[in-house]
Design a binder for this molecule. Structure first.
Ligand SMILES: Cc1ncc(COP(=O)(O)O)c(C=O)c1O
Length: 436
């Protein structure tokens, strides 16, 4: 096989042969947007107790359709999963002095949402094979202050719902599932995100289906649904007239999704299964042809679940492969090309996923709201926050040494595109010793 690109050889995929764009938006979405534009009502919300407190016809139809598809009682549309997670924490009644167990391996809001209500995030470690919060690690960080767990269905795969439910029940904890990356993932015949007190889906530009920005928060609990609707839309101006007695955390935001976004979302939802099906097909193709590289292997999915592959991950073992991960990874990237519409991001591959969240400055400095350390230090909080390097060894090992992720299995990749990805894996693997 030819010389490695990183050593001056010809890459498997020349940089000017971009991989196909992932663009799930089509004519149906354009027609839906035109329908809303023609109506002139781009958002119909009113921030007081009025029939329009719940938004306009597109938002309400989208919520009904999402709830029906996922088999839940309520879906509350919001303008981002960031907003959705904040609203979920508020709806649960989390307050200053409480602790919420969070994942260090996620997009940061999965861990920072409790801060908005004065609660302290407590990090547990993740599972080495599936990257969701590890139930065993969760048990070691529960204290009398723990009120909830925010668990992330990372990279498209459900967390261990049964194990987490047992812990939550035993300790009287609420569970928010951050299912931003896993719409229509399955855990034992049910949709991920629907098996917790609240589930949060994201519709941002990078997700399986999107509305530019957006979110659906789902729950089977009438009170939690109402509290999220209130936080979404100026709760403080609504509670009195609506007759809501519990005003804890009833300070609202404007977390509202527009009619245009909802109209797009309704069309996107119809396409979700087909897009997921294509991801599964592409991952299966890459996975089957990548089993012969000891030390570099596609990750497994949890038994009894359906993974929907927001990203596809490999586990790298430097001792077996014989070269450091970064050397291998840089050689791999040099063999491949960026994707259309995302040229500036380079080849869509990552060493690890994100830096463990507790290593971010807000946790290292313990400065979030104001300059005096609130909520890490306050008259309400009786614990001692821990955010030191080394506290979650599995996530640090995954991120520093073991994990390689890529997006080159998204819908739109033709077989010859997937073959280039697979050829690049093999080329670098077979020539890896030349890299030393
Ligand atoms: C796991 C996870 N949670 C939450 C979010 C936040 O989503 P949004 O961009 O819709 O606010 C993201 C976004 O990437 C995510 O991946």
């Amino acid at each position: 096989m030819a010389k490695l690109a990183v050593m001056g050889g010809t890459p498997v995929r020349e940089k000017n042969r971009l991989f196909p764009a992932y663009n799930p938006i089509g004519e149906e979405e354009k027609t839906a947007v035109a329908r809303v534009m023609d109506s002139g009502a781009l958002s119909k919300y009113i921030g007081c107790w009025d029939p329009q407190f719940y938004g306009g016809p597109e938002v309400q139809a989208f919520e009904k359709e999402w709830a029906a598809k996922f088999g839940v009682k309520h879906a509350v549309a919001m303008n981002s999963a960031t907003s959705g997670l904040i609203a979920a924490v508020g709806a649960l009644g989390i307050e200053p002095g409480d602790e919420v167990i969070v994942s260090p391996y996620s997009m940061c809001i999965s861990a920072t949402a409790p801060l908005f209500y004065g609660a302290v995030p407590v990090f547990a470690d993740v599972e080495p094979e599936y990257f969701c919060l590890d139930p065993k690690s969760i048990e070691t960080v529960i204290t009398p202050r723990t009120k909830a767990i925010i668990i992330v269905d990372l990279l498209g795969q459900s967390h261990d719902v049964d194990a987490i439910s047992v812990i939550a029940k035993k300790h009287g904890l609420k569970v928010i599932a951050d299912t931003a990356q896993a719409p229509s993932a399955i855990y034992k015949d049910k949709f991920a995100g629907t098996l917790s007190d609240i589930g949060i889906f994201s519709l941002n530009f990078h997700k399986h289906i999107h509305t530019g920005e957006g979110c659906l928060a789902v729950t089977n609990d009438d009170v939690l649904a109402e509290r999220m609707q209130l936080i979404r839309n100026h709760a403080e101006a609504v509670v009195e007239d609506k007759g809501v007695a519990n005003v804890v955390n009833m300070v609202g935001y404007n977390f509202r999704l527009t009619e245009i976004q909802a109209a797009i979302g309704r069309e996107q939802l119809k396409k979700l299964d087909a897009f997921v099906g294509e991801r599964l097909k592409n991952v299966a193709y890459i996975g089957e042809r990548s089993q012969d590289m000891p030390g570099f292997r596609p990750t497994k999915s949890r038994p009894g679940t359906k993974h929907v592959y927001y990203m596809h991950a490999f586990l790298y073992d430097e001792k077996i492969a014989g070269v450091p991960r970064s050397t291998f990874f840089n050689a791999l990237k040099a063999e491949l090309a960026p994707s259309k519409l995302q040229e500036e991001e380079g080849v869509l591959m990552g060493e690890g996923y994100v830096k463990p969240i507790y290593l971010m400055p807000i946790f290292q400095k313990q400065i979030a709201f104001g300059s005096r350390g609130y909520p890490f230090r306050s008259e309400f909080y009786t614990g001692t926050p821990r955010y030191e390097k080394g506290m979650c060894p599995v996530v640090e090992r995954l991120n520093e040494k073991e994990l390689i992720t890529h997006d080159l299995m998204r819908p739109g990749m033709a077989q010859e595109d997937l073959d280039d990805v697979i050829d690049a894996f093999h080329k670098v693997y077979e020539h890896r010793e030349e890299l030393l």
